[in-house]
Write a protein that binds this ligand. Structure first.
Ligand SMILES: CC(C)(COP(=O)(O)OP(=O)(O)OC[C@H]1O[C@@H](n2cnc3c(N)ncnc32)[C@H](O)[C@@H]1OP(=O)(O)O)[C@@H](O)C(=O)NCCC(=O)NCCSC(=O)CC(=O)O
Length: 486
């Protein structure tokens, strides 16, 4: 109790140190110079030549305007929308179990069969996650036609949702960014969207592919960069998805079977702009870290053919450790931008202590202080790549079960929907009514490459209702997750 109180006082004093010094200084100056005479000041101004006063005012106004113009514009999230799958797409465990028992290549390899079932049951996914129509066929329909059908369903639903929730119309969109990692048809996704919503001929469009689950935040970062220098009132529409139909792995290699168990259908769309009206969130700091220079990291999520020439995506067993390391590197840059001074001071002191002790005793094992990110954020949206990925981030950042609830529940309800996941998690916090004006959100994503992106948001206006992907089930969450420790 006493330690908690001490910590609160410490944060209060250190975080407001500059303000405290400024007030003390101003008081000292006032005490020395008091009493000021208004008449004296008026007299002094009167004694100046009017032309000098006017020049000074104009000069100050020009400098202020120039300074303001050189500042990057603030960027806002106007609204976001997510694809909500209908119950007919559900893939309960019983159906998955039955289906894998009907796949001849898995039947021939009993070990891989039981491995796939065991992983599914321990993955953190629930009974209501959804897969595209193509997966409900036996064997799965991996045709281009099926993939295109899935694409149109998920991305148009997400875009319809975001337009329905905001006053922005398709005619207002100036820039369009769509990301999908594995599947890239021709014409590409942006053309599909332009065609469907009849966007203006001059719309700038970008398609991001092959970047895995991290691409959703990469798209938001790209939109932010464009909006910071664009004319006021510019609107960017981003769409994040992963199309599964053509990617179902029909072999028996464990590391390549894992994506079949984890990935589920989903998509999310956001509208961003650079004026504050109509905004729901203000974008804060964004930091992206690439670790692809390390061979192991580069091959961590790898699309290739197995021994039998069957194409799939191999997920390395080291993925969670790789994600943890990438996040650590990211935090080195992100932390100082978002943490309060009081936390940064504690990190600096522990660094100093380690340096001194290692010099004196050769003891380099002094633990560094782990900053408390809960002093900087009220909500955490961690890419729910799998149960172990959330475990790793929770452990690494020292977060509580409540802090990672949105991630675990999203994995349970929707599965790993790839780059759209973090927006489903944001929707969870909003649907639960936990988001308040001024609340800060930390989004963390990982993606093939390997890379880690962090985005900070501040809530300007919470959602008016719980409509969205969680509308029909939020009352059942949080659910008790099965204990898989044994
Ligand atoms: C899959 C799990 C739920 C399984 O958890 P468990 O509690 O069962 O325990 P576990 O980790 O020991 O694994 C159980 C068994 O699976 C094996 N196993 C685990 N991961 C494996 C892998 N990648 N390749 C091959 N085998 C693997 C283990 O060796 C062990 O085998 P045995 O029992 O024989 O010893 C978890 O490991 C997990 O969440 N892993 C991370 C999943 C992941 O990579 N997600 C990221 C997706 S990519 C992404 O999201 C980003 C992107 O696409 O860009």
């Amino acid at each position: 109790m006493a330690t908690k109180l001490l910590k609160t006082w410490y944060h209060l004093v250190v975080s407001n140190f500059l303000a405290i010094v400024a007030v003390a200084f101003a008081t000292a100056v006032l005490r020395k110079g008091w009493p000021f005479s208004i008449d004296g000041l008026a007299g002094w101004l009167h004694a100046q030549r009017p032309v000098h006063l006017a020049t000074a005012v104009i000069l100050m106004a020009a400098v202020a305007k120039l300074w303001r113009a050189r500042q990057p514009r603030d960027v806002y999230l106007v609204e976001y929308g997510c694809f909500r799958p209908r119950p007919c797409f559900r893939a309960p465990f019983a159906t998955c179990r039955e289906h894998v028992h009907l796949l001849p290549y898995l039947l021939a390899d009993k070990e891989s069969l039981s491995f796939a079932i065991r992983l599914l049951e321990r993955s953190g996914l629930g009974e209501e996650t959804c897969v595209p129509y193509s997966y409900h066929y036996m064997p799965p329909d991996r045709s281009l036609h099926a993939a295109r059908e899935e694409t149109e369903l998920v991305i148009f639903s997400a875009i319809d949702d975001v337009f329905a929730r905001s006053t922005v119309t398709p005619a207002d969109i100036d820039v369009l960014i769509v990301n999908c990692s594995i599947f890239t048809p021709t014409p590409v996704f942006v053309d599909m969207v332009v065609n469907r919503y009849k966007l203006r001929a001059g719309v700038q469009s970008l398609n991001l592919s092959g970047m895995g689950c991290g691409a959703g935040l990469v798209a938001i970062g790209l939109a932010r960069n464009l909006l910071q220098v664009a004319a006021p009132g510019t609107h960017v529409l981003t769409v994040s998805t992963e199309i599964l139909s053509s990617q179902y792995y029909v072999g028996s290699e464990r590391a390549m079977l894992l994506p079949n168990c984890l990935f589920r259908m989903g998509a999310a769309a956001t509208i961003l702009t650079n004026t504050a009206e109509r905004a729901r969130f203000k974008l804060g700091r964004i930091v992206r870290t690439m670790t692809a220079a390390r061979d192991a990291d580069y091959r961590c999520i790898f699309q290739e053919e197995d021994d039998k020439g069957i194409r799939g995506v191999r997920l390395s067993k080291d993925l969670t450790a790789t994600a943890g390391n990438a996040l650590k590197r990211n935090i080195v840059a992100f932390g100082p931008l978002v943490l309060p001074v009081s936390e940064q001071l504690l990190v600096a002191l522990s660094l100093l202590k380690r340096k001194l002790l290692s010099r004196r005793r050769g003891d380099s094992k002094v633990r560094l202080y782990r900053p408390d990110f809960r002093t900087a954020f009220e909500h955490f949206c961690i890419h729910a790549g799998g149960r172990a990925v959330i475990d790793e981030v929770q452990r690494g950042l020292g977060l509580s079960d409540e802090d990672v609830e949105a991630s675990r529940m999203t994995l349970h309800r929707f599965g790993n929907t790839s780059s759209s996941l973090v927006l489903y998690e944001l929707a969870y916090a909003e649907a639960k009514g936990r988001m308040r004006k001024g609340d800060r959100v930390w989004m963390i994503s990982f993606g093939a490459g390997f890379e880690c992106s962090c985005v900070a948001l501040e809530c300007v206006r919470p959602a008016a209702d719980a409509a969205g992907p969680w509308a029909d089930c939020i009352h059942r969450y949080p659910v008790q997750l099965p204990d898989v420790a044994i």
